[in-house]
Design a protein around this ligand. Structure first.
Ligand code: ATP
Ligand code: MG
Length: 214
């Protein structure tokens, strides 16, 4: 059989995807949460895992360095394009992409009056597209993390960020003012692999679909 590679990212997705893989009969040869190895064999012969940064998963899959990958919808929306197949919603790592601002600003703010916004975010493309569709101009400040800090230190008034429980927002005096998208992790596939390795990939995708409860 041709070897198959699945790209996963450390962090929240890995924690939730490992039980799903186990239900699909895929047990890593060593625990990726602890191991420093970036390529990990599994209980299925010819199925390997590669462990990479969350935002790099679409790139590995589009260029065929991995046949399959698990990526957050946030990352896929930001990556854009039609370079890979979004096969199925695994319904894990669920959260939402939101606009948030300081509670004291929200008291007198009306999103229907927005015409131009200065926004800090890890998601510049998605943010620009969301507001452009509504005729709102954006000055976007790209950050790589800790978006909640930006309004507190005067970098901007508003942020676009993922919200799970809302605890981090609340702890920093921020409130959600607009919903952009519901987010969960998706199984994605390389387009050429879906043709060249059709039979083994179809089997694997079916197992993962059943494990995800679909
Ligand atoms: P890195 O740490 O490598 O920069 P990252 O910070 O994006 O990557 P995580 O915080 O683990 O890594 O997020 C990875 C993915 O997990 C996100 O792209 C998103 O799909 C999902 N995720 C992020 N935050 C939450 C949350 N609060 N609740 C549920 N899922 C989340
Ligand atoms: Mg992180």
């Amino acid at each position: 059989m041709l070897p198959l590679t699945i790209a996963l990212s450390k962090g929240r997705i890995l924690e939730e995807v490992l039980p799903l893989l186990a239900r699909a009969g895929i047990e890593p040869a060593e625990n990726p949460l602890e191991s420093r190895k970036l390529v990990i064999a599994t209980s299925l012969p010819d199925v390997n895992l590669v462990i990479i940064r969350a935002a790099d998963v679409p790139t590995y899959v589009q260029y065929g360095a991995a046949d399959l990958g698990v990526a957050g919808k946030d990352v896929l929306m930001e990556y854009g394009g039609d370079g890979l197949y979004e096969l199925l919603d695994l319904k894990i790592a669920a959260c939402r992409l939101m606009v948030a601002e300081p509670a004291r600003l929200a008291e007198r703010d009306d999103p229907r009056q927005w015409t131009r916004l200065r926004i800090a975010t890890k998601y510049p493309m998605t943010t620009r597209r969301h507001f452009a569709d509504k005729g709102i101009q954006t000055d976007i400040i790209k950050l790589y993390g800790s978006m909640e800090l930006a309004p507190l230190v005067g970098l901007c008034d508003r942020i676009v960020d993922l919200v799970g429980t809302g605890k981090t927002l609340r702890a920093n005096g921020l409130v959600e003012v607009e919903h952009i998208a519901n987010i969960s992790a998706w199984l994605v596939a390389n387009k050429a692999s879906m043709k060249m390795k059709h039979a083994p990939l179809k089997g694997l995708v079916q197992r993962l679909g059943q494990a995800a409860g679909g």
